[in-house]
Design a protein around this ligand. Structure first.
Ligand code: IVH
Length: 662
């Protein structure tokens, strides 16, 4: 009995941990299938041994974790979910039930977008409220966030009160961008686009919501509890489009269930080429006049069904488990696989996150493992096939040492991650240098990852400042494979050029844990110079800005470290001395607070650099010309069309601006 009790305890602990990551951190660490497997194992045990049911068992508490500080709001019309169909048989059964109501009409088919549902309330044509689904009856008021979603109209040409529902999502490409940026900033990555979208909707910082580029696809409209705004789903979709909402381009009216099945196959084929993720196909009775007759259960309407498209799962052999070390020293474990074609790509590597993940799933080298793409993007190992041969394999043990430098890995209590704390670890060095030279940091062009590796190996570089002495190694570099006079010169030029970098980019380039671009900007304002930075007193920092505990601790421990201070001094000795352009200068700028549009090439800057240049002068840079702009700034080869759209007194040449500001 003790054994059963222990098993229950372990399951409860594990499931609660996974639940917390899912609901609170928006970062599920195991696949839904594994979660469901373990949950049903727990259900079975609890059924057999009811006296062992724990109060904190997820079977008693699922979904009850309070998560945010948004105002709770009751839905006027409950937000139901849909019954699932898993095969053609389920669809035929659904159809049979529908025709029993003498329904001879069409079905309307739409992709099931994998996002989060949102209800929008418009009164007299104005968006007045946006509420998340919540538990279906009570959701959270996220109006301010919804207003940041670019394709949700704030006003519509429809004067009656109307509630519109749809799915909020983050596009696949946008998701990759967000995670790339989070990786740069050493922030935890989102597991999939749905989690990124739901985490974003629960953000309190509206600016962040705006930047994340959420979108909505609408599929539902009602005037009140009983009255749909139009007569059929097809009309609803057409009218929603007319009102300015985005709907899915794959929505279509279908005559009978056989054609529904063939259209599902077509949608499935297009699945991985869509802008958004879908996890199913929704089939709705097209004519609303039948809805009351067909009816509802307490959870689902009976006039619709969701055909689930399974995420592809393939089996591959786990050949090896290897570490990668990030620039902050964090260890990530990865799987090397025998290789498998999965959701559109050939997969030979998959993430295993941290040691706990591998141990929780009991993954062993040599095992047959199931592989799936999280959100159909990031390959993950989701479980091992536990046949007889599996148990002959050795249990995996977490690495004690950094594979690269051999230093002991450290893991503090309550931290899931292990760290290599050797600041001179070549793996960390490599990652930090890659970050240091990257476009958004020092913007040194011509140093590829391979070259950085080579230079570290040859001991040309062992800290940031060494980059600035590469000019003394020119002859030796020229002797290396793949270097010509021209490429070396252009690299050395770019290195010299980088000395002019702004202080915030310089701080960002240092790669301090948890310090992204935005905090780097704040720090630049506070410090003003590197010198002030290396003399940092913790109290000053705390007094000036509320960075939150994690960031403050990170900044403090970075600047407390003598080694880091030495490195900063070495950078100064190498000729770097970035300073913050004070806000006074910003205010003096003729462009301060002015709305501008840029046309033509501004010196040797690309579009983004030019935008940033003007933003640093306090301008608000817009991309299209409207009545509201103050200036059209022209560089080389400006667009004559743009110039013809504004009055002459609004056009200023970049050369004129330069005369004033330099
Ligand atoms: S209709 C009463 N249409 O799926 C039915 N839902 O499992 C209302 N979803 O909560 C939903 N795409 O978040 C509908 N084209 C679509 C959908 C869709 C995604 C989501 C929605 C809903 C869930 C139901």
């Amino acid at each position: 009995m003790k054994k059963i009790e222990n098993k229950i305890n372990n399951l409860v602990k594990m499931l609660n941990k996974w639940n917390y990551d899912y609901y609170v951190n928006d970062n599920p660490i195991v696949d839904d299938i594994i979660y469901d497997e373990k949950l049903s194992e727990l259900f079975q045990l609890e059924k057999q041994y009811p006296h062992l049911i724990r109060e904190d068992s997820p079977t008693q508490t699922v979904g009850k974790i309070a998560s945010s500080s948004f105002k709770k709001t009751k839905h006027m019309i409950p937000m139901l979910s849909l019954k699932n169909a898993f095969n053609e048989g389920d669809l035929m059964h659904f159809n049979k039930q529908i025709i029993e109501f003498d329904y001879k009409g069409d079905y309307f088919v739409e992709p099931k977008i994998d996002g989060l549902s949102l209800s929008l309330i418009y009164e007299k044509g104005h968006l007045i409220k946006a509420v998340t689904r919540g538990d279906g009856n009570i959701g959270e008021d996220v109006t301010n966030n919804a207003k940041q979603i670019s394709n949700i109209p704030l006003t519509i040409n429809y004067k009656k009160n109307i509630e519109i529902r749809g799915e909020v999502y983050i596009g696949v490409d946008q998701f990759k961008k967000i995670n790339e940026e989070r990786r740069n900033n050493d922030e935890k990555l989102f597991a999939n686009p749905r989690n990124a979208a739901s985490g974003t909707m629960r953000q309190l910082d509206v600016l962040k919501v705006k930047q994340r580029g959420l979108k909505m696809i609408a599929y539902w409209a009602m005037n009140d509890e009983k009255t749909f705004s139009w007569k059929t789903q097809e009309e609803t979709i057409i009218n929603l489009e007319k009102l300015g909402f985005k709907t899915s381009e794959l929505s279509v009216k279908i005559l009978n269930i056989e054609d529904v099945i063939s259209i599902i196959k077509k949608i499935e084929e297009k699945r991985y080429s869509l802008e958004y993720e879908i996890d199913g196909v929704v089939i709705k009775v097209n004519e609303y006049s039948f809805y009351e007759k067909i009816g509802y259960t307490s959870k689902f309407p009976k006039w619709a069904i969701a055909y689930k498209l399974p995420g592809e799962i393939k089996v591959s052999t786990l050949l090896n488990i290897f570490q990668t070390i990030g620039r902050t020293g964090r260890v990530t474990y990865n799987a090397q696989l025998s290789g498998v074609q999965l959701a559109g790509t050939w997969v030979q590597r998959a993430t295993l996150h941290n040691a706990d993940y591998i141990k929780d799933l009991d993954l062993r080298i040599g095992a047959q493992v199931k592989v799936k793409k999280a959100g159909d993007i990031i390959p993950k190992v989701i479980s091992a096939i536990k046949d007889d041969s599996f148990f002959k394999l050795k249990k995996w043990k977490e690495d004690k040492k950094c594979k690269i430098c051999g230093n002991k890995l450290s893991r503090t209590e309550n931290e899931v991650d292990q760290y290599c704390i050797n600041v001179d670890c070549p793996a960390r060095m490599e990652e930090s240098i890659i970050h240091f030279v990257s476009r958004e940091a020092m913007n040194i062009k011509g140093l590829s990852t391979q070259q950085i590796k080579k230079f570290i190996e040859l001991k040309f570089i062992s800290e940031f400042s060494d980059i600035y002495y590469l000019k003394n190694k020119k002859e030796e570099i020229l002797k290396l494979d793949g270097y010509q006079e021209r490429s070396v010169n252009s690299l050395l030029n770019s290195i010299e050029e980088s000395k002019k970098v702004s202080l915030d980019k310089f701080i960002f380039a240092l790669g301090i844990r948890h310090i992204g671009k935005k905090t780097s900007k704040d720090l630049a304002k506070i410090f003003g110079s590197i010198e002030a930075m290396s003399k940092l007193k913790v109290e000053n920092l705390i007094e000036q800005e509320d960075f939150g505990e994690v960031k403050s601790n990170s900044i403090i421990s970075y600047f407390k470290d003598e080694n880091n201070k030495k490195k900063l001094n070495n950078l100064v000795s190498a000729g770097l001395n970035p300073i913050f352009i004070s806000s006074k200068k910003e205010n003096d700028s003729i462009l301060f607070g002015k709305k501008i549009v840029i046309t033509g090439k501004i010196e040797n800057m690309n579009r983004e650099e030019a935008k940033e240049y003007f933003e640093n002068l306090g301008a608000i840079v817009l991309s299209t010309i409207s009545k509201n702009i103050d200036y059209l700034v022209i560089g080389e080869k400006p667009s004559l069309l743009k110039m013809s759209k504004v009055s002459k007194d609004k056009i200023i040449n970049f050369n004129e601006i330069k005369k004033i500001i330099v």
